[in-house]
Design a binder for this molecule. Structure first.
Ligand SMILES: [Zn+2]
Length: 408
């Protein structure tokens, strides 16, 4: 099956015609996107958008062979003109829930949790693609519901609804060889490198308008970094960045390392703020016992954060007392850091670790403050050395220090 993306943008297009935001202002050239529409094997049109015939012609295709037009969502605004010779568009599968079209494709309508209809299309060659409407995730996908046929390609609103991908992954409908392509792209993410970086973290990609993709050829799917360290100063946005990296994965285990700071109400309110932000399918544990968690197989881990883990270990080894520090405390701390770094190195599950970046600001006034700063710098360096990807967050902007999207 061959899919030509006549457009890859949100229903209003990108840039939005009436918007003066920075994303719209910089969505130029290949980053400008018409409303999403797909031409499948030159015969099946999924969504009819303004200028479809022209977009197809520019991509080297004609709409002359289109025998069926299916719409995924109610199209707002003035009615789209149906080009001459094109069949009348319809919503839902004719004679559904699943039927074979005149084009030879089997199509099943997929119920959504928002207005709109998704389509699962099986090509004459047996390849399977799933196309979802803007702002939507499949409704009623339950683990073990038997719907776990794997798609070869998924095209969905991944920026607006990353949880759609998490749901598909949870039931096995998306696997490592599924080509996941973001469509319906709107002005939520800066175009270019930032969009590529965010999608790569989800194991997905975007392509320019006019691209033709062959379903089942997945070499271009970015590998998800197994271990990522997210650094940043206080309130830099590092936790939001870390959470965002795992939004499209199911059953994430959120590890809050502040659990031992008894009676700290500021900490408690921060944990509850994090909890409100996180998807409902995530679980939370409060522990500083990270090595066993890293050694276990299982769902992705989000560890927030290493600086509190270090505080806990420094408490345990008596690092705040000069005599205890000199008398084995320092050696004990270094051993714990080595043990943690080795656990990160041998971890087989996806791990995102958060830590504070300190040491670039003013020198702490106290000896214990300087000791903490120095040890945190060493810890961060030891963990960073074991991660495929290292990201520094400044003012909510992620700078990739190490990893596949560094410097692009
Ligand atoms: Zn805008």
């Amino acid at each position: 099956m061959e899919v030509t993306l006549l457009g890859t943008g949100a229903p209003a297009g990108l840039p939005r015609p009436d918007c003066s935001c920075a994303v719209c202002a910089t969505s130029l050239g290949a980053d400008a996107r018409a409303a999403t529409a797909l031409l499948v094997d030159g015969a099946l049109l999924l969504d009819l958008t303004p200028g479809a015939a022209f977009a197809a012609a520019r991509a080297g295709h004609s709409l002359g062979g289109v025998r069926q037009v299916l719409l995924t969502h109610p199209h707002d605004g003035p009615p789209v003109e149906v080009p001459a010779g094109l069949p009348q568009p319809g919503r839902g599968v004719p004679d559904g829930p699943e039927s074979t079209l005149l084009t030879g494709h089997r199509v099943r309508a997929v119920a959504m949790d928002s207005p709109g209809t998704g389509y699962a299309v099986t090509g004459p060659d047996g390849q399977r693609l799933l196309y979802l409407p803007p702002g939507g995730a499949p409704a009623g996908l339950e683990e073990g519901s038997g719907s776990a046929e794997r798609y070869d390609m998924v095209l969905a609103d991944l920026v607006g609804r990353p949880d759609a991908l998490a749901k598909l992954r949870a039931v096995g409908a998306v696997g490592p060889t599924t080509d996941v392509v973001a469509v319906h792209l709107d002005h939520d993410v800066p175009p270019g490198a930032e969009l590529r970086r965010r999608l790569a973290a989800a194991g997905a990609r975007a392509v320019p308008d006019g691209s033709t993709l062959v379903v089942g050829v997945y070499e271009d799917v970015p590998d998800v970094s197994r271990r990522t360290l997210v650094l940043g100063g206080a309130r830099s946005g590092k936790s939001v960045e870390a959470e965002r990296r795992l939004e499209s994965f199911p059953d994430v285990l959120y590890v809050a390392t502040g659990g031992t700071r008894g009676g700290d109400t500021e900490w408690a309110s921060r944990v509850s703020a994090h909890r409100d932000r996180r998807p409902g399918s995530w679980r939370t544990v409060e522990t500083c016992d990270l090595v066993p968690l890293l050694a276990q197989d299982g769902a992705p881990l989000l560890i927030d954060c290493l600086s509190l883990w270090l505080t806990d270990v420094m408490d345990a080894v008596g690092a705040w007392d000069d005599a205890q520090w000199a008398d084995g405390g320092e050696r004990a701390l270094r051993a714990r850091v080595v043990e943690l770094a080795e656990a990160v190195r041998s971890a087989r599950r996806t791990v995102v670790l958060v830590s504070n970046e300190v040491g670039s600001g003013i020198v702490p006034a106290t000896a214990s403050g300087r000791r903490y700063r120095d040890e945190l710098g060493r810890l961060n360096a030891a963990v960073a050395a074991e991660c495929e990807e290292v990201v520094l967050v400044v003012a909510g902007q992620a700078l990739v220090l190490r990893g596949p999207t560094a410097g692009v």
